[in-house]
Write a protein that binds this ligand. Structure first.
Ligand code: ADP
Ligand code: MG
Length: 336
């Protein structure tokens, strides 16, 4: 059997059991957006790490060095946001080919420093090594959160409203533009999508705000696409989910480009990934009030896209009819 037969998540399921023995009750290891360790009586330490590899996660010609520096930190901060925490420090491990221009590196660090300052996440160390011909970036971020407010993937409840904090699919559309070599410069919609793909903003404020509500039961960040990410909540919480595809929020920019280029906007929104907004499940009784306050605070809706159901399949409905997508969310080792 090969890795491609079990996929990324199959591998994670094989790793986890080896390390569960003797894990204290107040420690969360493999299985959520961050690991959680007790820090003191009231607070916990959050730890997350993510790797970006040239030609797998990015093309050197498809993203500027400055954007890549920003994005490398953003994808990690997004996992801190997903737990409802605040970041405290970052570490960068860098594999670099020896012919990389120093100007490229200066731009990379300018982008990284921009988000580091904006998010109060100082870079406190790392490691640098030579790589054969590809750039390898691994960032680890530490954060903290009040222990009683941390949001996990494992705490969704039957009947919860499933919602997302932003439009879905802009990043996936941006990737299409890059891969199809569409000139985005003269087209503001295309520029918006490429920006969403190349320089996502982690939703730290939204995550910390949602975490103050006990009625917000489970949360994660949308990194692989809701098609895949909702399954993580379903597995960890042992529940099912029903999504109404007409409620999936799609920006006018993505809608109009999808029409122009014949893309399936809903499929991109559900499976494209790298949106880095938050998906949470909320007690249905409290949802209307939380949604109203969210809209007042963040000047956009908290989009309701579905309902948590009893354990079972992930079901998509359009006009009360069950539908299926051709593509699934991103899994590194499975064929798409
Ligand atoms: P995210 O997309 O939020 O970064 P993933 O869904 O990729 O998280 O990962 C799920 C869980 O598996 C996380 O808790 C992560 O720490 C863990 N994980 C992923 N790869 C490994 C690995 N090689 N060794 C140990 N744990 C891993
Ligand atoms: Mg995550």
């Amino acid at each position: 059997m090969k890795l491609s037969d079990i996929g990324e998540f199959g591998l994670i399921h094989r790793i986890a059991p080896h390390f569960l023995q003797n894990q204290p009750d107040d420690v969360r290891g493999i299985g959520d957006d961050c690991a959680v360790l007790p820090l003191n009586e009231t607070e916990s330490q959050l730890i997350t790490t993510d790797m970006l590899i040239e030609d797998i996660h990015f093309l050197r010609d498809g993203i500027t060095a400055r954007q890549l520096g920003y994005k490398s930190l953003a994808v990690n901060l997004s996992d801190i946001a997903a737990m409802g925490g605040s970041p405290t420090a970052a570490f960068l491990s860098f594999g670099l080919p020896e012919d990389i221009p120093v100007e490229w590196l200066d731009d990379f660090f300018a982008g990284l420093a921009e988000l580091s300052q904006k998010s109060c996440t100082p870079l406190l160390g790392g490691d640098t090594t030579k790589s054969m011909d590809r750039i390898i970036i691994n960032i680890a971020v530490l954060g903290r959160a009040r222990s009683d407010r941390i949001k996990y993937r494992s705490t969704a409840q039957i009947g919860d409203v499933i919602c997302v904090t932003d439009f879905l699919g802009d990043s996936g559309g941006g990737l299409n533009i890059i891969l199809q070599d569409i000139n985005a410069e003269m087209n503001p919609n295309a520029r918006q999508l490429v920006q969403a793909h190349c320089q996502p903003d982690p939703q730290l404020q939204e995550g910390a705000w949602l975490a103050t509500y006990d009625a917000v039961h489970a949360m994660l960040d949308v990194s692989d696409g809701i098609e895949s990410d909702i399954r993580r909540i379903m597995e960890e919480s042992r529940v099912g989910a029903r999504i109404n595809v007409d409620d999936i929020p799609i920006s006018t920019a993505l809608r109009s480009l999808a029409e122009q280029f014949g893309w399936n906007a809903i499929e991109i929104a559900a499976t494209g990934g790298e949106d880095y907004c938050l998906l949470c499940t909320i007690c249905p009784r409290d949802f209307p009030v939380i949604a109203r306050h969210f809209e007042k605070k963040f000047a956009r809706p908290l989009f309701k896209i579905g309902i948590i159901e009893k354990e079972g399949a992930l079901a998509y409905y359009q006009n009360s009819t069950l539908i299926h997508f051709a593509r699934h969310g991103w899994d590194h080792f499975r064929m798409k």
